[in-house]
Every structure is written in C-alpha cells, then in structure tokens.
Design a protein around this ligand. Structure first.
Ligand SMILES: [Zn+2]
Length: 255
C-alpha cells in the first residue's frame, strides 16, 4: 500500500510531518508542534486530518493538539506511559501496539530515554519510521528522563530496522550534529560525505530529513558506540558500548 508524506518546518527548528493514505484519504499528523503550521500543510496538500500520532509529551510536540482536535475531530493516539501529560488522548499504545491510519499499519516501538514513555511509529510495509526526539540525523535526543543505558537500548532497537527505512525526526539539527560527530569520528568517510551533502542541502534551503537507517548506521556516532574505531578515537578502546555511548552523549551536551 502506497503512503505519502509531507514534511514542513515549524516553531524554531521543529519538523512537522503528515502521513497520508491515498486509498482512504486518512491523514495523520505525527505530533502537533504548532496548529497553524499543521493547518497550512493540510491546506497545501488538500488532505483532511483524521489522526494525530504523538511520540512524547514535550510541549513542542503537543501544543497544537487541542486546536487541531477541536477543528478536525481527529483521533489522538499517544504513548500509554505519558498519556496523563498529553491533552485530548483517545487511544493509548505501547510496545507492540498496532496503529492504523486508513489502510496503513504502524507498529509502536517503545524508545525510552529522552522521555520515559517516548515511542516511535514504524510503518513497516511503507519503509517509514517516525522517531520523534529519540534518533536525529547524525544525532540523538538529550537523555532527559531516562538513563543512558535506556537510550542506548532504544537506539539499538531503531538501528535494527531495515536499512532502507526512511527516518523522520522532530528537529532540523543535522548541521550542528555533524560538527560534533566529526569531533569524535573525524576519519569517517561516510560522515565526511554527509557533511558535504548537508551543506549543499542547507544552502539550497532544503531539509536534511528524512535520513535512512542504513545511512545513520554508517555515520551517526550514537549508533556506532559499539564500533571499535570510534571507542578508540575517544580513548575508550575495549569499554562496553553503553559506556562509550554515555561518554559520547555527555561530550555532546558540553560541545
Ligand atoms: Zn522532546
């Protein structure tokens, strides 16, 4: 079953994205950072909002929910672990839950770390994953509520998705992420290539999203915490991957 997506910038550096099923006309907004920006995207595409799929409770992902729900009477799906912090929730989901958007089917993957109840939506048949603030292009979210070990485990779950999975994340952070990544992984040719590609995209005012799991596995240092050369680069040769991950994440916080 074909799916269509429409990506649009909102707030200062957030991304909104619409997922559309052309067979049924169903359309989901992944998170709702800003009602006006979602409405503009709906007007541009001519799609009618039927669902909001929430990844986590942060305000820059949920502030637009009630205005959109009141206008479109759409269903709001949210992680069970954070439903109490999210307005207008109709349906809660957890690891292994399936979410339908028209005839499209998404699998819920729990990815705690950035927040404790954070989830991703993986539309397997369409090679699409909406990962909120867990995985970014050449980066990962800040570990705010969970532990470093939880975040590393969550990133490994996403890394296990098929290489051709398109990854839609919540923010345009790629350029800053690459600058940091080069500080811990300077000799990585794939990362150097992404640096050049990203500079071109941003100069042309194009988004650097979506990325793919296959590309991230090669160049994202947070997915390479168990790669011997990266551990070696930061003086942690032979250390367990979760410790290497924690060190990289701490260095990024201070970068
Ligand atoms: Zn967040």
């Amino acid at each position: 079953m074909a799916a269509q997506t429409h990506l649009f910038p909102c707030l200062s550096d957030n991304y909104g994205v619409l997922l559309h099923d052309p067979e049924t006309g169903a359309t989901a907004s992944i998170d709702a950072p800003e009602a006006a920006a979602v409405e503009k995207a709906l007007a541009r595409t001519g799609w009618k909002l039927t669902d909001i799929l929430v990844t986590h409770h942060h305000a820059d992902h949920t502030d637009g929910i009630m205005a959109l729900k009141n206008k479109y009477k759409c269903r709001v799906v949210a992680p069970a672990g954070e439903a109490a912090k999210i307005p207008g929730v109709d349906e809660t989901v957890r690891e292994g839950s399936k979410v339908k958007v028209g005839n499209l089917t998404g699998n819920v993957i729990e990815t705690p770390g950035h927040t404790l109840g954070h989830i991703a939506y993986w539309f397997h048949a369409n090679n699409l994953a909406f990962v909120g603030d867990t995985l970014f292009s050449i980066g990962c979210g800040r570990v705010i509520e969970g532990t470093m070990d939880q975040m590393w485990d969550s990133l490994k779950k996403l890394r296990d998705l098929p290489d051709n999975t398109l990854i839609y994340c919540g923010h345009e952070y790629t350029a800053a992420n690459i600058k940091f990544a080069l500080s811990v992984d300077p000799n990585n040719r794939e990362l150097q290539a992404r640096d050049a590609e990203t500079k071109k995209q941003l100069a042309a005012k194009e988004p650097t999203i979506p990325t793919t799991i296959g590309d991230e596995k090669l160049a994202n240092p947070f997915l390479r915490a168990d790669a011997a050369d990266l551990a070696n680069n930061i003086g942690m040769a032979g250390k367990p991957a979760h410790e290497v991950f924690a060190e990289i994440r701490l260095r990024k916080n201070k970068f």
